[in-house]
Design a protein around this ligand. Structure first.
Ligand code: SF4
Ligand code: SF4
Length: 302
């Protein structure tokens, strides 16, 4: 039995028992500046991003500036940008500089579009700000063939080059990987990823391993959530619900503000037009919340 196994409860009982996560404080603002557009089409992408997915369009500089202004009086401490692929956004450099006027920034990218020239420009932008600029580069495996099987031909070499280019300009990116192995292999896989970063001479090798959410392409290529994979109030009797990232963050997209980066494909997770409209509790009715609860995960870097 898992930590949060509700198999014995029928749906009607579960619906009465959906817990609400409070917004304790808005520490983190996510901005989906890449929309759902990406140069890759990974077979495990939980929002099915790709070159033709226009579900969410990219945010332009003016829209980002609007969200930053909104966030100013709300006590936001740090910012994250994601997509899709953020380096497909034509305003990317101006957006980075704008966000860094407000606070530290983590950039989630697949790394494949980061040339030496772009890395140089990123260093220039960082040198003009007192707030930290940090990168998270996502890959699937330290094995080229396995990586490219999921993320597409030549994506391994391009991402490795992007990581090296960032490193050449003094950035030590965090390697982000979706767990696709058994618990017994955890130490071996972690070591493999650290060794991969060391082989690229990364000064400060760091690895973040995330669970897979059974949404989008991952659901298509593996399975959907099962009926019992939901959370109820019982799941939080011995677990502080405010540990969930949705207790301290929100996700702004081109078309509205969502509860978190995981549920941007779900209309029920769109909490409002403005950030202020979303400063209230959220019912954890989605199966993806089960993954957050049983893994204790956060999309944040630490
Ligand atoms: S997992 Fe990341 S890199 Fe892959 S398609 Fe989705 S957004 Fe793009
Ligand atoms: S998916 Fe995770 S972060 Fe999103 S609302 Fe559910 S528990 Fe919160």
């Amino acid at each position: 039995m898992s930590l949060c196994d509700l198999g014995l409860k029928n749906k009607a009982v579960r619906d009465l028992d959906i817990p609400e996560v409070p917004l304790v404080k808005l520490d983190t603002l996510w901005l989906q500046i890449g929309g759902t557009l990406c140069n890759l089409e990974c077979t495990h992408c939980f929002i099915s991003c790709g070159p033709k997915n226009h579900t969410h369009e990219m945010m332009n500089l003016k829209e980002v500036q609007g969200r930053l202004l909104e966030s100013k009086d709300l006590g936001v401490r740090d910012y994250y940008i994601t997509g899709g692929e953020v380096f497909m956004n034509p305003d990317i450099f101006e957006i980075l500089a704008a966000i860094l006027e407000y606070g530290p920034l983590d950039v989630l990218t697949n790394g494949t579009l980061i040339t030496l020239g772009k890395a140089a420009r990123l260093r220039e932008i960082q040198s003009k700000s007192s707030h930290r600029l940090q990168f998270r580069v996502s890959m699937e495996s330290f094995d080229e063939k396995l990586n490219d099987l999921t993320r597409g031909e030549n994506s391994f070499n391009k991402a490795a080059e992007g990581i090296s280019n960032l490193n050449s300009f003094g950035f030590s990116p965090i390697l982000t990987v979706t767990r696709n192995w058994d618990e017994a292999k955890e130490a071996e896989m972690e070591e493999g990823f650290y060794n991969f970063l060391k082989s690229l001479n990364i000064s400060e090798p760091r690895v973040k391993i995330l669970p897979g959410f059974l949404l989008g392409q991952l659901a298509v290529n593996t399975r959907n959530y099962l009926g019992h994979e939901h959370v109820t109030k019982e799941c939080f009797e011995n677990y502080d619900i405010t540990n969930l990232q949705c207790a301290t963050s929100r996700m702004a997209t081109k078309t509205g503000v969502y509860v978190c980066p995981i549920l941007v494909d779900n209309d029920k997770a769109r909490m409002g037009e403005t950030i202020k409209e979303t400063l209230h509790p959220f019912p954890l009715a989605h199966s993806a919340c089960y993954t957050c609860r049983i893994t204790g995960m956060t999309c944040k870097s630490n």
